[in-house]
Design a protein around this ligand. Structure first.
Ligand code: RFL
Ligand code: PHB
Length: 390
């Protein structure tokens, strides 16, 4: 088999890149270890930056998002029993975010790929990139015990943190930066009315909590938990009790509870691989970097990477110029590190760290008090939250 661009990974970044390539008349094959139904079962991101919304619009897959997504012009921070609104729209000169689940984005992209009639290969085992340091890279994979080979011009690794693309790079050619946080997030989905019409990020001495949503009738809530906790340790009742305790009284009193239909624990880490290009192999999204979810940046960063790599591929095929491909890693990493910095800062300010004790708690409260009362500090938070330009 031969294609122009082999994409490893059928998550949001692989699918969006595939769609943009189709629009530009460049052919691609997408390979994934699992099938589309499994990909749609993963519950992940909920907040889209304006840049992400713009990219989905350019890709022609924004129709349902425009109809069903919830534009938010602010969010709340709570701490020390108080509640403050960050007015994103007024602080950024009119920008908003869109609350629309990653599951839905992925759904829309999968439907579009089917309409485009472009090739995706699911349940592909042992996917491996080869010879990407030369002119003729190729990918091998196995299905039903048979090994197949795809020859291509470029391999794009959109295969997430655990995928084979980054691992195929020789150790001496890549530099890894990592910070693991000493806690996780326990998240639930429940078909109950959200406690507030906007998101609430809560700092509390018992730990962080987040009130988010997927629609006006579906809530997504998180509480900071121990890394030793198991999902089975957390009955719905225990979850709701703990969430209530971490919210200011007036918010807790308005919480509607009900049975959860999804419950999972995610560890938190910051991770960056440099560079993001190795000859004809390019890393995109979670394959190259991970951020803790506190700043809602992971999916949005994957989309800005897609923008940069697409610019490179478009120029290569349509203008016969290598300049944008050569600039990919530097341009992407400049934006990545700012989002890594922001996500680390939000995480540090909002979570309970056992080793800093009551002193650390007071420092966080002082920082939050400064943040919500200083126009300059609020504007900086808002500017980063809605997403830095690209
Ligand atoms: P994905 O989505 O992980 O997709 C990678 C794809 O590669 C496939 N793959 C393989 N394919 C072939 N062979 C192999 N050996 C393979 N190994 C893996 C996988 O099956 C998969 O289909 O990466 P991508 O496309 O880079 O997208 C990144 C985003 O998924 C991620 O950054 C976000 O979900 C992070 N995130 C959030 N991001 C936001 O922008 N806003 C948020 O509000 C937000 N909230 C979150 C989040 C992530 C969370 N978790 C669970 C990690 C909340 C949570 C709880
Ligand atoms: C979500 O709705 O899943 C969500 C929202 C905001 C975050 C992280 C996750 O910062």
């Amino acid at each position: 088999m031969r294609t122009q661009v082999a994409i490893i990974g059928s998550g949001p970044s692989g699918l969006l890149l595939g769609r943009l390539l189709t629009q530009a008349g460049i052919d691609s094959i997408i390979l994934d270890r699992v099938d589309a139904a499994y990909i749609l079962e993963r519950v992940r991101a909920g907040v889209l930056e304006e840049g992400t919304v713009r990219m989905l619009e350019e890709a022609g897959v924004a129709e349902r998002m425009r109809r069903e997504g919830l534009p938010h012009s602010g969010f709340d921070l709570t701490f020390d029993g108080r509640r403050h609104r960050i007015d994103l729209e007024s602080l950024t000169g009119g920008k908003k975010v869109m609350v629309y689940g990653q599951t839905e984005v992925t759904h829309d992209l999968l439907d579009q790929r089917a309409r485009d009639g472009a090739t995706s290969i699911y349940n592909a085992e042992d996917v491996q990139p080869h010879d990407f340091d030369g002119e003729k890279p190729y990918v091998t994979y196995r299905t039903d015990g048979v090994t197949h080979r795809i020859d291509c011009d470029f391999i794009i690794g959109c295969d997430g943190y655990h995928g084979p693309s980054r691992k195929a790079v020789p150790e001496n050619a890549i530099k890894l930066f990592e910070k693991v946080y000493p806690f996780g997030w326990l998240g639930i989905l429940a078909d109950v009315k959200p406690v507030s019409h906007e998101l609430i990020y809560a700092n509390h001495p018992r730990g962080f909590a987040l009130c988010s949503m997927r629609s006006l009738t579906r809530s997504r809530y998180y509480v900071q938990c121990s890394l030793d906790d198991k999902v089975e340790d957390w009955s719905d009742e225990r979850f709701w009790d703990e969430l209530r305790r971490r919210l200011p009284q007036e918010v807790a009193d308005g919480l509607t509870t009900g049975p959860s239909f999804e419950k999972s624990i995610a560890p938190l880490r910051s991770f960056v691989a440099e560079p993001m290009r190795f000859g004809r192999l390019f890393l995109v999204g979670d394959a190259a970097h991970i951020v803790p979810p506190t700043g809602a940046k992971g999916l949005n960063l994957a989309v800005s990477d897609v923008h940069y790599v697409m610019e490179g591929l478009r120029e290569h095929y349509l203008e016969k110029s290598e300049a944008a491909l050569d600039a990919y890693s530097t341009r992407a990493l400049a934006r990545v590190w700012k989002a890594v910095r922001f996500s680390w800062w939000m995480t540090t300010m909002m979570h309970r760290f056992d080793d800093t004790g009551p002193f650390g708690q007071r420092i966080q409260e002082a920082e939050l008090d400064y943040l919500v009362h200083s126009q300059a500090a609020s504007a900086s938070l808002a500017e980063n939250y809605v997403g830095l330009p690209y």
